[in-house]
Design a protein around this ligand. Structure first.
Ligand code: ADP
Length: 244
């Protein structure tokens, strides 16, 4: 049954070295091809979940499976970057080359692919995010929305099985945000989207996990949970405009 899931976590917990218990016993599943929203107020533990799934932080869990690998196992962990892509809140942290082409090529080059294959992957990934022809552009000179899409292209060029997106709509203007939502909805890959932009979550996710104080307090259909005013206000969130 585990192989059916893109992610399966049973009693996943993590405490930071200073003793902060960021996640306590969270259990959830993400099916292959599913897009799940991870919602909760600041400090709920959303970023920590991503870092545990990506093997950056060493979680404890009864069982943990991410893209067929166990991030707690050091051999498996080495293969995770090729299978799990993370998009950080601030694209400036993710774009560091002098041209978009070099940025998007960085991951595939590290996979040791041939230069022809890298070129193909760069072209394909730029096409997927609507940035065909941006190869020679300077990342720093792009709009916020274009930067975000370039960062996504860099991850897609790795052909990952799972995308983890941390507050992808943060810092975007309304047009950039609409374009991002459109893009996310065209990507058939498994996605977990962490955000407190609940209108964006509603537009991209069928199902949500509500996280607060390191615990999953509810999980179910986005429409139902995000429309539950009592649940939202109990956890520092607001019903999205579309459901008011
Ligand atoms: P979110 O992404 O939902 O805002 P985080 O995963 O960043 O939440 O944080 C979860 C909890 O862990 C918070 O209480 C936060 O203060 C704490 N935390 C995050 N990073 C660290 C760290 N490096 N050391 C200690 N505590 C941390």
């Amino acid at each position: 049954m585990e192989t059916q899931s893109a992610v399966a976590a049973t009693t996943l917990s993590y405490a930071y070295p200073d003793g902060t218990e960021a996640l306590s016993d969270i259990t959830f599943d993400v099916a292959r091809g599913e897009t799940v929203g991870l919602v909760g107020p600041n400090g709920a533990g959303k970023t920590t979940v991503f870092l545990c799934l990506a093997g950056v932080l060493q979680a404890s869990a009864e069982s943990l499976q991410v893209a067929g690998l166990d991030p707690r196992n050091s051999n498996d962990r080495k293969q995770l970057p090729a299978r799990v892509g993370i998009i950080f809140q601030n694209s400036d942290d993710q774009l560091f080359s002098t041209t978009i082409k070099d940025d998007v090529a960085f991951g595939p080059l590290n996979l040791g692919l041939s230069s022809d294959e890298v070129r193909n992957r760069v072209a394909e990934a730029l096409g997927q995010v609507g940035l065909t022809g941006f190869d020679e552009r300077v990342p720093m000179h792009l709009s916020g929305g274009e930067k975000r899409r370039a960062a996504i292209a860099g991850v897609l060029a790795m052909k990952p099985e799972i995308l983890l997106l941390d507050e992808p709509s943060m810092f975007l203007d309304p047009r950039g945000r609409r374009e991002l939502i459109g893009l996310l909805n065209t990507l058939a890959i498994t996605k977990i989207i962490a955000s407190h932009d609940l209108d964006m979550i509603l537009d991209t996710c069928q199902r949500v996990l509500v996280l607060d104080h390191g615990k999953i307090v509810a999980q179910g259909l986005a429409q139902t949970l995000l429309g539950d005013a009592a649940l939202m206000s109990a956890h520092g969130l607001e019903v999205p405009y579309r459901l008011r």
